[in-house]
Ligand binder design. Structure first.
Ligand code: 2PG
Ligand code: MG
Length: 430
């Protein structure tokens, strides 16, 4: 038994130098846990809300001092003396305390900071690694569909950012993210070596072509001035090949189109002179999947185009995953709707899109029950916090999207997966 004694929140900075919340939970037993909240740039309209101060004198209005205050004043007294291992009861209380559907009062950042720090503290109390505690929670989510399989912890397959566009880079490419997926790597350390090899080779290739191959974008990938995403996919294809790997066999390509951010209400604006109607966009997505070794397309249609998504799903080859990020926002009702409409077959999981660990796990269980894949994702604004890596392993997620293999806020997670890989080998996969 260990009860919550004290919460401490502080304003720290994320990978874009933007304030974010760090929360500590201290228990009566002396154990404690800490978590830091990430933050997105290409956010979905259905996401839970972040609370920011809007005070122009402090970090241009982006401060989280009010979130800190609310946490100390309202949340701390409410959760005090609760059993720290009782994650579901604590999260339920946090949701009730906020009282709004989109966590607009306390802020999803405030609530998530507490929810995750509680999980870290609970793992300490039980003397087990975080992913083991999260795995137990995953198996016992209340009000969630039954799990048909035991889903033992497993290392997810990375989708690694190589070239960035959209809101994550200053280049011309409208599409946000072209990623490499080392699907045939025999194990995680090999996958990571392949990814670094490809990333370096791609940098050399960009320089040879007179393009920017040194500076990196928000998630650590390159952000050169390219014509469009087809050029980015072709460059990545060549870099894979020049790395001694077989594109389409060893390594596949994933694309996060993030199309809500260039949808103008009638057309998708892929370039200054390149406007596509929804029907043309569907055809374009199908063509991409035919032309290139594509493993998944994320948000190829905008976040409210449910019936277009369902049409695209019917036209895409079954082996190409259709991932909903802005479409689903890790929200259970949106995933339920997506399942009913057969609008996708995979959900991107970002804990701060919904605000608590319990709600995240419930969303994942709904996806699982429908036979969908789960891809746990970092945000473009990240920190040294590695909880998402543990979550992915604990829930046996098929994929993980962390960003590129540079910048320490990304490598913190890739490195955590190396540690978890050893543990999974030892205990679950000997
Ligand atoms: C996405 C994420 C991560 P952001 O769109 O999938 O790449 O970006 O955190 O800016 O929403
Ligand atoms: Mg996305």
């Amino acid at each position: 038994m260990s009860r919550i004694r004290q919460l401490i929140a502080r304003e720290v900075l994320d990978s874009r130098g933007k304030p974010t919340l760090e929360v500590e939970v201290h228990c009566t037993s002396g154990h404690w846990g800490r978590a830091i909240v990430p933050s997105g740039a290409s956010t979905g309209g259905g996401e839970a809300r972040e609370l920011r101060d809007q005070n122009p004198q402090w970090y241009e209005g982006q401060g989280v001092q009010r979130a800190r205050e609310l946490l100390h004043r309202e949340i701390a007294p409410a959760v005090k003396n609760m059993e720290v291992t009782d994650q579901f009861a604590i999260d339920k209380l946090l949701v009730e305390l906020d009282g709004t559907p989109e966590k607009g009062r306390l802020g999803a950042n405030t609530v998530l900071g507490v929810s995750l720090a509680v999980a870290h503290a609970a793992a300490q109390v039980q003397g087990c690694p975080l992913f083991v505690h999260l795995h137990r929670l995953w198996l016992s989510v209340p009000e969630a569909p039954e799990l048909s399989d035991p889903w033992p912890p497993k290392i997810p397959l990375p989708q690694t950012n190589m070239i960035s566009g959209g809101l994550h880079a200053p280049g011309r490419m409208a599409v946000q993210d072209v990623l490499a997926v080392p699907q045939a790597a025999p194990d995680y350390p090999t996958a990571l070596e392949w990814l670094v090899r490809i990333h370096r080779q791609l940098g050399r290739l960009l320089v040879q072509r007179g393009l920017e191959g040194h500076l990196v974008a928000d998630e650590g990938g390159y952000g050169p001035q390219l014509k469009d995403h087809r050029q980015a996919i072709e460059l990545l294809y060549q870099a894979i090949h020049q790395s001694g790997l077989r594109p389409g066999e060893d390594v596949l390509v994933a694309v996060d189109v993030a199309s809500s951010h260039f949808w103008n209400g009638t057309h998708y604006r892929l370039g200054p002179q390149w406007l596509l109607t929804p029907e043309e966009m569907i055809q374009h997505a199908v063509e991409l999947a035919q032309l290139y070794p594509i493993s998944s397309l994320e948000d190829p249609l905008h976040e409210e185009a449910w019936s277009d998504w369902a049409r695209l799903r019917r036209q895409l080859p079954p082996q190409v995953d259709l991932i909903g990020d802005d479409l689903l926002c890790t929200q259970a009702p949106r995933v339920q709707k997506g399942v009913e409409l057969q609008a996708a077959n995979a959900v991107l999981v970002k804990m701060n899109q919904v605000g608590t660990l319990s709600e995240t796990l419930r969303t994942m269980r709904i996806a699982r029950a429908a036979g969908w894949k789960c891809i746990v994702s970092a945000r473009s604004g990240e920190t040294e916090d590695t909880t998402m890596a543990d979550l992915a392993v604990a829930t046996a997620a098929e994929g993980i999207k962390i960003g590129s293999v540079t910048r320490s806020e990304r490598l913190a997670k890739y490195n955590q997966l190396l540690r978890l890989w050893e543990q999974v080998q030892r205990h679950w996969n000997p």
